[in-house]
Ligand binder design. Structure first.
Ligand SMILES: NC(=O)c1ccc[n+]([C@@H]2O[C@H](COP(=O)([O-])OP(=O)(O)OC[C@H]3O[C@@H](n4cnc5c(N)ncnc54)[C@H](OP(=O)(O)O)[C@@H]3O)[C@@H](O)[C@H]2O)c1
Length: 330
């Protein structure tokens, strides 16, 4: 596995978390950070032990020692910077949702293929082995046919219109920020793309994005899924799979950790638990997943086709909800 030297675009919340993750492994290095402000970049580099800081994103992309770039920018910037990274011949791990819509992702993938670089949507939760175990349990027929999926990812950040999550120009909102995890989980567990997508959401008059929403999906097998997401109302995280013969409950679907990553399987009148500990930081694991699959240019954890299906589903849900982003109206 190649030891990748990472460059990080952005100095926000998740950029810091990723840098902390990389600091926990000696199999990858956080080498550089690019910020709109050199002062912020320098502060970030000192805080997280990075060797280099740049006062613009372009300068960081010009650093020949950077192998791979982690794009930790607002959603509306993902397409532009994925394309610029690919043109600079950098491998790419781009935060979720990978673009604003499926059309944007198609443009990114065309350049990724042309430049022959790695590309992955940064759904770190997908890289955790608990999902491999879930698939094995389903494939073994333990819970029978998958029929109903339920999930939730919702938090209450109050009314903060400065935050990118509360911003229509930044393509924010609950669906794009956290509902996308639920959508991605349902599609993964159903192993198919939905044939029907419905959503209702409250679109705030000030934020002009969904602040609480619920969505329903139907899959070709007949399985149905419902999920809840919000930015202004907390709901316990959950991901449950109900089949014709039993069920699987995932204790910690979105941030599985060594303290809490348990699958509980009810079937045939028995209950079995699987405690999936693997001793790695979630974000370090994501970076190492990139390195392990670098030559394939994509990962089974979140392939290009998977991201396309994901963005098409989010597009359909937003259309049903009546949520259009400013960048789409230009
Ligand atoms: N996978 C996960 O666990 C996870 C968790 C949270 C967020 N995310 C995703 O990561 C991305 C960033 O989220 P975040 O929470 O880190 O956001 P954030 O704290 O607001 O940071 C975003 C960074 O982007 C840069 N930026 C460039 N133009 C900006 C603008 N117009 N407004 C605000 N920031 C701008 C800023 O860095 P400079 O000023 O230094 O250039 C800023 O620090 C989003 O796509 C989000 O969906 C993923």
């Amino acid at each position: 596995m190649k030891h990748l030297k990472w460059g990080i675009l952005g100095t926000g919340m998740i950029a810091a978390r990723f840098a902390q993750g990389l600091a926990s492994t000696d199999q990858a290095t956080a080498l550089a950070v690019g910020s709109r402000s050199l002062e912020k970049g320098n502060r970030f580099a000192v805080e997280h032990g990075l060797e280099r800081a740049y006062g613009s994103y372009e300068e960081m992309l010009a650093d020949n020692d950077v192998d791979a770039v982690y794009i930790a920018l607002p959603n509306d910037m993902h397409m532009e910077w994925s394309i610029r990274c690919a043109r600079a011949e950098k491998h790419i791990l781009c935060e979720k949702p990978v673009t604003v819509n499926a059309g944007e992702l198609e443009k990114v993938l065309a350049v990724v293929k042309e430049e022959d670089v790695f590309f992955m949507e940064a759904f770190m939760y997908r890289c955790h082995p608990q999902w491999q175990k879930m698939r094995e349990i389903i494939d073994a027929g333990t819970i029978g046919e998958v029929r109903i999926l339920e999930s939730a990812f919702a938090y209450n950040m109050g009314m903060n219109l400065e935050n990118i999550r509360m911003s229509n120009p930044a393509a924010g909102g609950g669906l794009m920020d956290v509902g996308c995890y639920c959508v991605s989980f349902c599609r993964m567990a159903a192993r198919a793309e939905p044939v029907e997508c419905r959503a209702v959401g409250y679109i705030g008059p000030e934020s002009r994005v969904d602040e609480q929403a619920t969505g329903v999906l139907k899959f070709p097998s007949g399985a149905v899924a419902f999920f809840t997401c919000a930015t202004r109302c907390g709901v316990p995280s959950m991901a449950n799979i109900y089949g014709s013969k039993g069920s699987i409950t995932v204790s910690n679907p979105w941030f599985p950790s060594d303290d809490n990553a348990v699958l509980t399987v009810h079937a045939d009148g028995k209950t079995e638990t699987y405690d999936i500990r693997y001793g790695r930081d979630l974000y370090a694991n994501e970076a190492l997943t990139v390195a392990a699959h670098l030559d394939e240019r994509q990962t089974p954890a979140m392939s290009w086709e998977d991201s396309l299906g994901q963005m098409r589903t989010l597009d359909a849900l937003r259309a049903d909800m009546g949520l259009v982003f400013d960048v789409e109206e230009k």
